[in-house]
Design a protein around this ligand. Sequence first.
Ligand SMILES: [Zn+2]
Length: 322
Amino acid sequence: MRDQFLRQRCNVTVHIEILGSAAGGGFPQWNCNCRNCQSLRAGTFQGKPRTQTQVGVACDNQSYFLLNASPDLRLQIEATPHLHPRSGQRDSPISGVVLTSADIDQVAGLLSLRELQPFRIYSTPSLRQILQEDNSMFGMLNRVPKQVSWQEVTPGHSFPLLDVAGTDSGIRCEAFSLGSHDPAYVSKQRSASLKPEELLLGLFLESSSGKRLAYMPAVPVIDGPLLQRLECADLLLFDGTFWSDDELIQVQGSGATASEMGHVPVSGAEGSLLKLAGLHRPRKVFIHINNTNPMLDESSSQYREVRDAGWEIAADGWSLDL
Ligand SMILES: [Zn+2]
């Protein structure tokens, strides 16, 4: 009976909107003079500017769920007519936000949703504690009763995405723990009290017809259990932050490696191109691409290498159906 109801409500296809595709800082980044950013500003770059990574999913065009909330969210909503208010003085088709980490480029957009609009935030207890208990600004999301409803997520357990009234959207979601990386702003004291498996997640979203999206904008390492799960996906949106492990050090002369920042690079022996080469089922798309990554340049050998390996590189404004 419930399945029949879902089929009636949901037209089976899940629509995926890529509202933003860059890593934190966007492309170009305000203070960056790297080769990519410089040539984009000069108008000589063969490739596209990008806002910070943001994905929205919907089953029926009535209820949209955001995967994280980027600092560019207000502009991304305005650029996407499906996400505009539809009736009455205050309205939004955005029913909820699912969080995969507490990184600033994944949560700062929640503050752009503070205008007393009810919606749900799906989050592990550890991510909620970081935001609600250590960062008082997020209290603006709970100024009045029935504003934002925090929904507890447990890695490994799937749950339905519900609209504000509690109606099942027809999309099921499961969070998959990808490691214990937490943002630099989290204090040592807080960090010690959190559950490591709740800090960095990948998401599997499944339509009522059984099609699966794997959403992984930050992946520290590709291991056997992850590979096994990815085999079951039809569409993969995967961490394309850095081309090489020492990319930022090469550009800035100092700094952290990709792996120290919780990202497996695209190239190299431990990189995603090689590690995921045997994955044939999913359509493979890189997202969360840092402005320094040479594969953003469509005239580069790195771009060619990625495309020849069967991968696509997400750009803002893409709509994909699952
Ligand atoms: Zn740059």
